[in-house]
Design a protein around this ligand. Structure first.
Ligand SMILES: Cc1cc2nc3c(=O)[nH]c(=O)nc-3n(C[C@H](O)[C@H](O)[C@H](O)COP(=O)(O)O)c2cc1C
Length: 188
């Protein structure tokens, strides 16, 4: 079982990284974490190359990331909220998955079935408020969908300016349970 995690956090030891660590400890198997802040990925420029050809005209680290997605059994998308959405670097990387959107809508060479399983982890510094994670959820769920990835669930840690997985054992437990759910789904 191979898991690819895309981490949208700027801080190597921030709350998002800690959620990922706990998640992977409970999932097991092989894994790789791609840090959106530490890869060389240029913004999509809507050149429309991918409307006709399976691939991206921009030759940077994203070429390897596409291969890693293809090889993964599981895809975990994790990001802090920055102004009610994922971080800018995360969005830049995710926009480059436009080649999958084009595969569904323009080229018709991407399966309409799910081929891997996924999960979402999000962190917000503000105290919990309605729809705090909605912007991130819309982005991440729809990316998983275009990547033919069945989303098994999401866990959100609010109030990270003051709370953590240590002060919110209930949320730590949700992370553990989501990892176990993904593990079981892989075993079926
Ligand atoms: C530019 C910026 C924008 C932010 N916007 C939000 C926001 O809209 N909602 C929220 O709950 N927290 C917001 N935060 C707080 C971060 O989500 C919080 O610091 C989080 O812990 C960062 O994740 P990390 O610990 O993995 O680095 C923002 C932080 C920054 C730096």
């Amino acid at each position: 079982m191979k898991t690819l995690v895309i981490n949208g956090s700027a801080r190597p030891n921030g709350h998002t990284s800690k959620m990922i660590k706990l998640f992977l400890e409970n999932l097991g198997g092989e894994y790789e974490i791609i840090d959106a802040y530490r890869v060389n990925v240029a913004p999509c420029k809507d050149c429309r190359y991918c409307w006709y050809k399976k691939g991206c005209s921009i030759k940077d680290d994203m070429q390897e990331i596409y291969e890693k997605v293809e090889a993964a059994d599981n895809l975990v998308l994790a990001s802090p909220m920055y102004f009610h959405s994922v971080t800018g670097k995360m969005k830049t990387l995710l926009d480059r998955f436009q080649i999958y959107w084009a595969g569904h809508v323009m080229r018709h060479d991407v399966p309409e079935t799910t081929v891997r399983k996924g999960a979402i982890l999000m962190v917000g510094g503000a105290p919990s408020f309605p729809n705090q994670f909605l912007g991130g959820e819309i982005v991440l769920k729809n990316v998983l969908k275009d990547l033919c990835t069945e989303c098994l669930g999401e866990v959100c840690l609010p109030n990270s300016d003051h709370d953590s997985l240590e002060t919110r054992p209930d949320i730590a437990q949700q992370v553990v349970e989501l990892a176990q759910k993904l593990k079981e789904a892989n075993e079926q």
